[in-house]
Design a protein around this ligand. Sequence first.
Ligand code: ASP
Length: 465
Amino acid sequence: MRTLTKDAINKIGETVSLMGWVNVRRDHGKLIFIDLRDRWGIVQIVFNPKNKELLGLADKLRPEWVVKIEGVVKERPEGMKNADIATGNIEIEAIKLEILAEAKTPLFDIASDGYEIGEESRLKYRYLDLRRPRLLKNLTMRDKTIAFIRDWLHKKDFIEIETPILTKSTPEGARDYVVPSRLHAGKFYALPQSPQQYKQLLMVAGVERYFQIARCFRDEDTRGDRQPEFTQLDIEMSFAEEEEILNLTENLFTDLVRNLFPEKRITQSPFSKFTYKETMEKYDTDKPDLRKDKNNPNELAFAFIVDFPMFEWKATEKRWDAVHHPFTKIKNFQEEISEKNAEKLSALQYDFVLNGYEIGGGSIREHNPEILEKVFEIMGNEKEDIRRQFGHLLEAFKYGVPPHGGIAPGIDRLLMILQNEPNIREVIAFPKTGDGRDLMMDSPSELSVGQLKELRIKIEKQKEK
Ligand code: ASP
């Protein structure tokens, strides 16, 4: 049976079988040492000259070869112990060595933190890049964070429900990624910008408390630290008002930090809360960085921004657009809403801010189908288009819809901040470049003529520039 490196310390005197990668090899005259690495750490293996054949084989080993080693766990002599590593009190005296796979020399150092290496090569050889302890740690903390969130919400009676990835365009402000349908030539699915409409329909369905660790897709032009696909904690609740949703969010994130990131200090509890107007007047931004000491990597200043304007004027398109999304409830609702008073309307919308980043947003939703239809009209949609695009939602709201609202904190940005990373690519296993390419898989890529034919798609040749 295999022993993990971390468990070898408890097996002094026993013969164990270890498997992993050669981290480094050191020749000391007649002896050969290797540091064997597995996911849990490193342990020193020693090959002594008594067994010539074994030593000869060990001599061939190079970094990143995959090996199986049988040996006896020995306590290291005093003076040879290494307090810097968890297994520093022991070494394994090898009896048998099996080479499971040889390895080409990696094109870059995988023992360093990797910041010094060009991102193009790190992303192209991501499976090697992920071997560095820093990235493995990021993946581990991401997993722990998601597991904690799931557990926490389950205890509060939320249920996680998967919603479709192949769906229909939703007007959430960004461009959709689209997928051609083969069975319905000329028609397209869209990848969800978020599960917004599905989660609202789940409220109509009586689910009451929904969440999902949801993948979202937005086809946006390269803009800073964005990814074409990202993960958010999508939450929706029935019969809840703004305060309940903000309290839930605050309690979840406070418990998360206390349990998984105890070295972090939360600047202020309860979290700061400003109206949009207040934050703009005071900080000239809707995502203020409220840390007391901005050089302190362990400070977390959470804040909520509330009462956003409902609409903003899009000068280029000459129309009103929803600041958050059209499904948001108007706070100061007046008997009539129209283009004329659009400017004065505020929304039951909130943003969740951490250390100067917007890490999430949400709102109480408009559940009156007539008002919702009016909102779409103010945004410049013709009645016919509204029925075509949102008919399902408007119809659903006629069958007994509970008042509801939700929020969606982004997992990538949250982890970036918690792990003190400079960008979200460091906390995503297989991120894309700023211009949306996956350098490892070489995507996006062309389709074969046969595939295009099947989809009845013709590619227009790009004009020579
Ligand atoms: N769907 C929204 C978003 O992704 C969040 C929400 O309103 O719950 O930003």
